[in-house]
Design a protein around this ligand. Structure first.
Ligand code: BGC
Length: 758
């Protein structure tokens, strides 16, 4: 397969899009796919995780640090830049098998010289503090040029400057700066060490960079390497010392060794996924590229953060972590890279305090998790989160206070993690408290409807954000029931397996009486059921709203980017929904519903879904694949998998910029492949498969972990093969109601009946 994403023409209008598409990252920082000569107007950003700042100008956002890659060539007192200079040839590439970004530009100067700039960079996985670049200039005549290189501290920020001061330092040939954030005076050092390979140039040192005077010889390249360290106080005691060490060690190892290691480490990641799609290279490439993007933002090194809604491609959405993590991103890691999955779930566990505070702020008990969670676990979302583009006034939105499903999503994540990995140790580390406290929150929110003798959830917002403050959103109610069930299960598990801990937790949380309340909630929660046409109403009264086509709705739009949701957006009183809601419920909690119900709902909601969120198409693909609607599933899979390749996504919500990469869609893509087309699901004791492959796929291969053992799967139209690669135990496999076992180290081969899709 061709692991290269390529763009062969420079166009100003594409700078923002390519910046996302060719982003590199290692979970510690992300670096947008911009060119070395670019500045803040071209949205250059090196966005770090874990450090957020509020400078009083807007909302808290993650910090973009000074740009250590900043480098450009001067010839005859002019800057060579794709923005200004004539270009003969230009190519920008991302090699996503290794996370290496490359560019090559042949500039044609005013006096007719051809000067070629080539650069290569990567965000090291070996040392996550390290960004590496090799930069090379060649001319087809002897020429005098100057290379300007340094650390550009004039940074792109959505909400203005985040550093109250910057201290410029030099030590042992390493130059750089320590920046202190405004809100918390957090220290971040950015340092660089340059190494010119050939020929030597005379160097003039400036405050935060240098100018190298080079006498280029015809066709002999000038080559320079830069080792850039980014060190934050979250994991370095002395950020400057750490940065100097990082640069020096990198220089000692040298570029080629670092690059070889980079290839090996990314290779290991893809090995864990083991994805191959025989018969469809286009889909295979899109799926693997999606996995690349998701992995690039994944915190392998820490559980202090999870994965932001736009990864590390910038400050959009306040760099916040949403339910996107648990519902869309976690499954891939739970099944393929449990260490990262553990970090993601432990991030929520460690931030229980923020959830307590939010519940009490609104007068509830227990844990109400933030809609937009940052490093403190407090909610970054405001009540006036959007601006009305007609009046310029702030609009009251209810994302923060009414999307109560977030606490259930957090529980779902913990439950999913334990179900797949069988790592119950997280219960001892605080996960038990999280589950119990989320259930307590729902208990305190519930409304007991006398006469009907049921618990209802009123005034909530479900997954579909166009309909706020509704009653009994189906997705929310079912997920609350799951929370109640998880709570009862955890209590009974602790009681029988960990009696000491059981007592400790029940005492600490004063939960002795609560258990009965949660049981009552579990037994009497109102769960919207399929109606006579088998459709589950998304919320009370949804089916009475105006029923129109999306085209008809669009014809009513007055201004581009006008917000379609609450309080008075065009979709509010209609059945047009923003994103998968009932369909999400059916795909996540599938065993509660028949295929017929799933099919009827898919067909009902699909034409009414605007996919105004990148979290939507993957779920339509997932459910379609699960019920064998393979052609539809395939179309939706490709939309989800290619979202960051095609740029087919919304850039604005009202006047709010929401561009960037889409990790939820990336994670959703993995779900479609494995939990959709292969029908993989983790059960209490083993796994379930129910494959339906798209017509043109000859074979689907992937790997997954279950209960600490790793398996390889190969599916053709008629054979399902599971290979226990490093399995320590027997695996129970169910397929079409039959039970099989895959013994440790051996291959299970199941002859499937005709699984042709519809
Ligand atoms: C979606 C939410 C999502 C958020 C961040 C919104 O547009 O409607 O469901 O959590 O984006 O991705």
């Amino acid at each position: 397969m061709n692991w290269k994403i390529e763009d062969k023409e420079y166009k100003k209008e594409k700078i923002e899009f390519i910046g996302n598409k060719m982003c590199i990252g290692n979970g510690y920082f992300g670096y947008r796919g911009t060119l070395e000569e670019y500045g803040k107007e071209q949205l250059v950003a090196c966005t770090v995780s874990e450090i957020f700042d509020d400078n009083g100008n807007g909302w808290r956002e993650p910090v973009n640090v000074p740009n250590g890659l900043y480098t450009w060539v001067e010839y005859e007192e002019k800057k060579l830049s794709v923005l200004e200079t004539k270009i003969e040839k230009h190519v920008q590439e991302l090699h996503f098998d290794t996370g290496i970004h490359r560019r090559k530009t042949v500039f044609s100067t005013e006096d007719g010289q051809r000067i070629t700039v080539e650069a290569e960079r990567f965000a090291s996985l070996e040392d996550i503090h390290l960004l590496v670049m090799r930069y090379q200039v060649t001319a087809d005549k002897d020429l005098d040029i100057k290379i300007h290189t340094g650390i550009d501290d004039d940074i792109w920020n959505i909400n203005g400057n985040h550093f109250k001061n910057k201290e410029y330092i030099e030590k042992d040939g390493v130059t750089g700066m320590i920046c202190k954030t405004i809100e918390n005076t957090a220290n971040i050092a950015v340092a660089e060490k340059k190494q010119a390979l050939s020929p030597e140039g005379k160097t003039e040192n400036l405050k935060n960079g240098s100018v190298i005077h080079v006498k280029l010889k015809k066709s002999v390249p000038y080559v320079m390497e830069k080792y850039i360290a980014i060190c934050k106080e979250t994991d370095c005691t002395d950020v400057w010392e750490a940065a100097v060490n990082c640069c020096q060690q990198a220089e000692q190892k040298g570029y080629d060794r670092l690059k070889a290691k980079q290839k090996a480490l990314w290779g290991k990641r893809y090995e864990k996924l083991g994805i191959e799609i025989e018969g469809d290279e286009e889909a295979e490439k899109a799926v693997l590229y999606s996995a690349y993007l998701l992995y690039s933002s994944a915190p392998e090194h820490t559980d202090r953060v999870a994965i932001p809604a736009r990864g590390l491609s910038g400050q959009v959405y306040k760099g916040a972590m949403f339910w996107d993590t648990e519902i869309y991103m976690l499954p891939m890691f739970a099944f393929c890279d449990p260490k990262i999955a553990r970090n993601l779930v432990m991030y929520r566990v460690k931030n229980l305090q923020g959830a307590y505070e939010k519940a009490s702020e609104y007068g509830y008990e227990g844990a109400f998790y933030p809609w937009e969670s940052q490093e403190t676990g407090r909610d970054g979302c405001t009540h006036y989160n959007l601006t009305d583009i007609f009046t310029g006034r702030k609009m009251r939105t209810y994302f923060r206070d009414k999307q109560i499903h977030i606490s259930a999503d957090v529980v779902y994540g913990l439950w999913k993690y334990m179900n797949v990995t069988k790592d119950n140790s997280i219960l001892k580390e605080g996960a038990a408290e999280v589950i119990l406290e989320c259930a307590r929150f729902f208990w305190s929110y519930a409304y007991y409807k006398k006469g009907k003798e049921q618990y209802e959830f009123l005034d909530v917002t479900g997954a579909d954000e166009y309909h706020e403050r509704v009653n009994n959103d189906a997705y929310t109610n079912y997920m609350i029931r799951l929370t109640a069930k998880a709570t009862l299960d955890v209590i009974s598990y602790l009681k029988s397996k960990e009696p000491e801990m059981y007592k400790k937790v029940m005492d600490k949380l004063d939960y002795w009486k609560e258990e009965e309340n949660i049981r009552d909630l579990y037994e009497k929660i109102y769960l919207p059921k399929p109606n006579d046409s088998l459709v589950i109403e998304q919320f009370d009264g949804y089916l009475k709203e105006e029923d129109l086509s999306i085209q008809e709705l669009y014809s009513r739009i007055i201004k581009p980017n006008e917000y379609l949701g609450s309080p008075c957006g065009l979709a509010v009183n209609t059945q047009i929904i923003k994103q998968a809601d009932v369909i999400l419920l059916l795909s996540l909690l599938g065993s509660d519903f028949t295929d017929e119900v799933k099919e009827k709902n898919w067909s009902y909601y699909e034409p009414r879904t605007e996919h105004g969120s990148s979290l939507s198409t993957c779920i339509y693909a997932l459910l379609a694949a699960q019920i064998g609607k393979t052609e539809w599933a395939y179309q939706y899979l490709m939309k989800a998998a290619q979202i960051d390749l095609t740029g087919d996504y919304k850039l604005y919500l009202g006047d709010l910029y929401i561009g960037g990469t889409h990790p939820a869609a990336n994670g959703g893509t993995w779900m479609v492949l494995t939990q959709g087309f292969a029908g993989l699901e983790a059960e209490e004791d083993g796994v379930h498969f129910s494959p339906h492959l798209p017509e043109k796929w000859r074979k689907l291969k992937f790997r997954f972990n279950y209960g600490g053992s790793r398996y390889r799967v190969e599916i053709t139209k008629d054979i399902l093969k599971i290979i226990g690669e490093d399995a320590a135990k027997e695996l129970r496999v169910t397929y079409m109601g039959n039970i099989y076992t895959c013994s440790a180290g051996s291959t299970l081969k199941i002859q499937m009946e005709n699984r042709e899709g519809k």
